[in-house]
Design a protein around this ligand. Structure first.
Ligand code: FE2
Length: 214
């Protein structure tokens, strides 16, 4: 745990927390400059859970049904390559999560074609821009069961292994609930997002680093 907390502290001192929009600046060569990008190694993977729906809607705002809840915004960047520092323009990023009562829509899996439009919410996908960046807006998911508060992700980029993972709320790190979570027992530092409140919205940044396919 000591090593884990050291990592978190180090991350907090870096760019993920304090950096503004320029945090994800890149050079013409496509290298990520800021300290946060250097901090994150390959992103750890974990289960997709039982409620992954393939071919989710192309949407940046994934609260498609306008459910009530605290507004959420996540800005991110996808990196990869041999050195884990190459921005992945065109990477496809999928996000899905529970609503403000801890329910998924749908609480089921399969292809989206199985469902009516009014059964699909809080799930969607975007394509990273030329700097490997993406943004989602939604609402803050509630806890459910024995889980930490979490977001589910699936990220695909040419030449890289598909990544299925989850991210967490940094302010929950080390709490009794967090320690009880039976899934993903020791997530690395870069998957604990330091959400801040900005004009009533929970706003955070995340870095994903993909592994080359071979
Ligand atoms: Fe979940």
């Amino acid at each position: 745990m000591t090593d884990r907390r050291t990592l978190i502290t180090s991350l907090g001192a870096g760019l993920l927390l304090a950096a503004g929009p320029r945090a994800f600046a890149s050079t013409a060569a496509g290298l990520c400059l800021p300290a946060d990008c250097v901090t994150c190694g390959p992103t750890g993977s974990t289960t997709a859970g039982p409620f992954y729906v393939a071919n989710s809607p192309a949407a940046m705002d994934i609260n498609l049904l306008r459910m009530p809840g605290t507004p959420l915004r996540v800005d991110g960047i996808v990196l990869g390559g041999r050195d884990g520092r190459r921005v992945q323009a065109g990477a496809r990023v999928e996000l899905w999560h529970a609503d403000s009562e801890g329910r998924y829509h749908p609480e089921n899996s399969g292809d989206i074609a199985r469902y009516r439009a009014d059964e699909i919410n809080l799930r969607g996908q975007v394509v990273c821009d030329g700097d490997g960046r993406f943004t989602f807006t939604s609402i803050v998911p509630a806890h459910y069961g024995s889980r930490r508060r979490h977001l589910h992700w699936r990220i695909v980029a040419d030449g890289h292994r598909a990544l299925v993972t989850q991210t967490y709320w940094k302010d929950e790190l080390g709490t009794a609930r967090e320690r009880r979570d039976p899934v993903d027992r020791d997530p690395e530092a870069c998957r604990w997002i330091d959400f801040r409140t900005d004009q009533g919205a929970a706003t955070g940044q995340v870095v994903f680093v993909l592994r080359p396919a071979d």
